[in-house]
Design a protein around this ligand. Structure first.
Ligand SMILES: Cc1cc2nc3c(=O)[nH]c(=O)nc-3n(C[C@H](O)[C@H](O)[C@H](O)COP(=O)(O)OP(=O)(O)OC[C@H]3O[C@@H](n4cnc5c(N)ncnc54)[C@H](O)[C@@H]3O)c2cc1C
Length: 339
């Protein structure tokens, strides 16, 4: 077992909220370590590179794009636009209703990095100490703070701990600790099946970047994913599909190939024939918070334990990328102002 030197703050989960928090704490001079079970940072704002016939395209199988309303998010957007890793994707996403494409009136900017949504996490995490493939299985209070133990035997100790993972996944980590777990137990999430596909040819006659599906029995989102990518880079046409929560629940235990075939068949009914080069399916068990924690973050000063994430938001615009960022930044402000 490797026990590392004590840190000021350990953050479980390198999603956007944890990374936004970590970046601000590091800027304030704190020693921060993030632990994430995945092979890369960015959590649900994630991207998979799908390749076929020597062609490759990043597909955003989690967050599709993001919007910015708060000054701090707008400043982050400006940072990305100036550095070139971010682009305004579109201002208009029509909806599909009963077989008709209805244009969106009065649209607003939707941002998406040309290299994929996980660019957001990579940019926020620049210079931060992040341990990947580090699945935390237990979090316990020790003299002087907290110890996170990973499934592979690694452990990290710090004076304070912050949880940036979907609330239902927090509960088993804290079961041994003498803490009230009801704030986490009250939070609920919808699941989502996502299917990505590389195509031989673009959808015939389509001029939309994506469709928001209204009242479709299976699909809630169809994106012509290549429209997000750099217009100058060579790319292959691609679709990203997201299923409705109720359809996902009915098919939660289906295998990936079955789900990909079923959702692509639904997509054909909507957009016409599709000739596939390659496809994949990904199941998000915790995709969208439906019952949230009603504050931007949590912090227990007596236990030096905090939490943040998109499920912590009073924002009427809902749990999304901006809510995750604001949650991390709000907790950072609380921790740096306090001491
Ligand atoms: C299908 C889908 C579509 C979406 N579309 C949009 C959209 O269009 N626009 C928008 O703004 N938002 C969208 N979202 C929401 C957006 O992705 C999230 O709001 C945001 O990414 C949440 O960030 P977070 O930091 O709160 O949590 P997460 O991204 O969930 O980060 C949690 C991190 O914790 C890690 N983790 C979990 N358990 C452990 C453990 N035991 N040990 C170590 N690490 C662990 C995970 O690997 C993950 O990296 C979408 C989400 C999904 C799933």
């Amino acid at each position: 077992m490797t026990t590392q030197a004590t840190q000021d703050v350990l953050i479980v989960g390198a999603g956007l909220a944890g990374l936004a928090l970590g970046r601000e704490l590091a800027r304030a001079g704190r020693r921060v370590t993030l632990l994430d079970k995945s092979r890369g940072v960015s959590g649900r704002s994630s991207t998979r590179r799908l390749a076929a016939d020597r062609l490759e395209l990043p597909l955003d199988h989690g967050a599709r794009f993001f919007t910015a309303r708060h000054p701090q998010t707008l400043a982050f957007v400006q940072e990305g636009l100036a550095a070139g890793w971010l682009r305004e994707w579109t201002r208009s996403i029509p909806r599909w209703q009963g077989g008709t494409v209805v244009e969106e009136g009065g649209g607003h900017p939707r941002y998406a990095p040309p290299a994929g949504m996980n660019t957001l996490g990579r940019e926020l995490g620049r210079g931060l100490k992040v341990e990947l493939e580090a699945q935390v299985v237990r979090l316990s209070q020790v003299a002087g703070g907290w110890r996170a133990e990973c499934g592979d035997g690694r452990s990290v100790e710090a004076a304070a701990a912050v949880l940036n993972l979907p609330a239902p996944q927090i509960v088993p980590l804290l079961e041994g600790a003498a803490l009230d777990l009801s704030p986490f137990q009250a939070v609920a999430f919808d699941p989502c099946w996502a299917v990505g596909a590389l195509l031989h040819a673009d959808v015939a006659g389509a001029d939309w970047p994506a469709l928001r599906m209204q009242d479709h029995p299976a699909l809630e989102w169809i994106a012509r994913e290549h429209t997000k990518r750099s217009p100058t880079a060579p790319h292959t046409p691609a679709l990203m599909l997201h299923a409705r929560p109720d359809w996902t629940r009915q098919h939660l235990q289906d295998d990936k190939a079955q789900v990909a075939a079923a959702l692509l068949e639904h997509a054909r009914d909507v957009v016409g024939p599709l000739e596939l080069r390659a496809s994949f399916a990904h199941r998000w068990l915790y995709a969208t918070p439906t019952v949230r924690y009603p504050h931007s973050h949590g912090w227990l000063p007596d236990s030096s334990l905090g939490w943040c994430g998109d499920w912590c938001t009073p924002d009427p615009h809902g749990p999304r990328v901006e809510a995750a960022l604001l949650s991390g930044w709000a907790l950072a402000e609380a921790l740096t102002v306090r001491s």
